[in-house]
Design a protein around this ligand. Structure first.
Ligand code: PPS
Length: 570
């Protein structure tokens, strides 16, 4: 292996214009067609501009994109596993053409870069998901993103950076590849092993990183991802405070912490190669890779998307070419009888192994239970407890879905009253009719309008949940995808309990309290759910209630019991 100086695939890129040129470009760009970058694009562009994605000098053009999808290489032959693409709306795509220069802005409208438009094309997303991730199963976060969140048209082209994306947090821990290389050089760190993580670190992680650094006689870079990780992960603010506590516990002058604003795709083996290339660009010589590195979790049938060692094998195959070495992650376990951590392959029958899984840790936090010192450091645990209070102190959303007349509003009301009787919590009811009057009065019942309506409800409920309140929502919410988006939005902030009020259509129609079904049958009301518009039955609701067989009072009582069992009520 060579020294860390040569970056991947040529020189280390720096796509920022010199200060004066940047000013002139920024002024000129005010007149250009302009695209507001999405959260993911902002992560990508930061790493393109600062050279972390060297040798890329912009968003992929079609030939490079096709080649990356199919062969994992740019058309020049350089290894590059993940397509870095600028996805835009059809409307915006129609307003530009190859040869134009466009402005790319951040969420506040600041121009970050200009792009010389190369190819503009509509990708075959199925081919992309199959080629890059080996699947079209939407349970995979990257597939879900590509199909349901990413825009339909791609724009390739070279970038000119005029302003680095702004971060207000942890400035002292953010470094470009050139800065990190310079720090390593100054400190005389010739060999650096990087540890990639999207989770809080505990004693086992410290043991394994120390051991990895010791084994290859390298210094250690803790290089956590703070861009976009897997939905449901611990937020980066909490994690970084945890890492800072941990940092003081490494032997002096051995270890550095730096943050990586990467948008992960959870792409398993291909993503592992990408992580290695990025670390190489940051000046590292080694990368620790564990079991199921950057794995996306289970697929829709409950199986793993990738084999547990696929990532390690793929990197092994290419480590020579990338000139970065893999350090296989040695699973560390706590042997109570020895009062120390040991690699799992060095334990025997005589050892008494203790373990707390990620799920068990979340349970202990949620229920306010003990987290022992052998597992983590007290200041790390205290930090986690600050942002993960026990469930009965967290906010939550009860999200009813079901046909018109199924009994959603009645049960929602009964539940609200019972929660008020229990007391001590702020409760907001976002009933379908109330929302349509106050939040969505201009909307109709097309798919587009229903989705917008539900997203608004989800947004309000997420704010209430985040601030420790209780939101009770009772819209029809007929589409599974929109319900999933709302779930993903709220789950990281507190509880999300979806309740399918499954009262059959015949009964809803028979009740016809508002006379709407009769009008729908007569064709007076169009797009009526269940009659002339679809209702997609939930597959993963926390509860199913059929009001044909139980009263609203009993239904609300059962929900109270469920909330209690889940720990949300004391
Ligand atoms: S959605 O699909 O979730 O946005 O619908 P929602 O906001 O819950 O609004 C449903 C209420 O609007 C009345 N209504 C209709 N429902 C369904 N389809 C059509 N075309 C329609 N037109 C009006 C109806 O009273 C619904 O109230 P509920 O309480 O569900 O009966």
């Amino acid at each position: 292996m060579g020294a860390y100086k040569e970056p991947h695939g040529g020189e280390l890129k720096n796509l920022y214009l010199p200060a004066e040129e940047a000013e002139a470009e920024k002024r000129a760009a005010r007149e250009f067609a302009s695209w507001d970058l999405t959260e993911r694009q902002l992560c990508d562009i930061e790493l393109l501009l600062n050279g972390a994605f060297s040798p890329l000098d912009g968003f992929l053009d079609k030939a490079d994109y096709d080649s990356v999808v199919e062969k994992m290489r740019l058309s020049s032959g350089v290894l590059w596993p993940i397509p870095i693409t600028l996805d835009v709306s059809e409307e915006f795509a129609k307003s530009i053409q190859s040869g134009d220069r466009i402005a790319l802005r951040d969420l506040e409208g600041v121009i970050i870069a200009t792009l010389d438009v190369g190819d503009v094309w509509t990708p075959d997303k199925d081919a992309e998901t199959q080629g890059v991730y080996g699947t079209t199963d939407e349970t995979h976060p990257a597939i879900h993103y590509l199909r349901n969140i990413a825009n339909p048209v791609y724009v390739g082209g070279r970038l000119r950076g005029v302003e680095a994306p702004i971060h207000y947090d942890f400035k002292h821990l953010r470094n470009s590849p050139a800065e990190l290389r310079e720090r390593f050089r100054k400190l005389g760190w010739r060999k650096v092993v990087a540890f990639q993580t999207r989770n809080p670190m505990h004693r086992a992680h410290q043991e394994l990183t120390l051991r990895a650094a010791f084994d290859v006689e390298a210094n250690l870079l803790i290089h956590p991802v703070v861009g976009m990780t897997k939905p449901g992960d611990v937020d980066h603010f909490t994690r970084v405070r945890c890492y800072e506590h941990l940092l003081g516990r490494y032997p002096e002058q051995t270890t550095m912490l730096s943050l990586l604003p990467l948008a992960m795709r959870m792409g398993g083996p291909r993503e592992t190669l990408w992580h290695a290339i990025i670390r190489k660009n940051y000046g590292c010589t080694h990368l620790i890779v564990g079991r199921d590195h950057a794995g996306p979790g289970k697929d829709s049938r409950g199986d793993d998307f990738y084999g547990p060692y696929d990532a390690q094998e793929l990197l092994k195959e290419h480590e020579e070419e990338l000139d970065i070495s893999m350090v296989p992650f040695r699973m560390m376990v706590y042997a109570e009888n020895r009062a120390q951590y040991v690699p799992v392959d060095e334990t025997g029958d005589a050892d008494h192994i203790l373990n707390i899984s990620g799920t068990e840790l979340r349970r202990r936090l949620a229920e306010g239970l003990d987290i022992p010192d052998w597992f983590s450091f007290p200041d790390v645990v205290a930090e986690l407890r600050r942002t993960h209070p026990p469930r009965h102190k967290q906010g939550f959303t009860v999200f009813f879905t079901g046909l018109s007349g199924s009994g959603k509003s009645t049960i929602a009301n009964a539940l609200m009253v019972k929660l008020m009787e229990a007391g001590g919590r702020a409760i907001s009811l976002l009933d379908g009719d109330i929302v349509r009057k106050n939040l969505s009065s201009e909307l109709g019942f097309s798919r587009e309008h229903r989705d917008l309506n539900i997203r608004r409800i989800g947004y309000v409920a997420s704010e209430i949940t985040k601030n420790g309140g209780i939101a009770i929502c009772a819209p029809i919410a007929p589409y599974a995808l929109t319900r999933r988006i709302v779930r993903d939005m709220i789950s990281p902030l507190g509880g999300f309990i979806e309740i399918h009020v499954s009262t059959p259509l015949e009964i809803c129609e028979d009740r016809d309290r508002k006379g709407l079904y009769a009008k729908a049958r007569a064709g007076i009301i169009k797009e009526f759910t269940g009659i002339s518009d679809p209702y997609e039955v939930p597959e993963n609701a926390e509860m199913v209630i059929d009001t044909a067989s139980i009263s609203p009072d009993l239904a609300a009582h059962r929900i109270m019991l469920k909330l209690e069992a889940m720990g949300f009520l004391r």
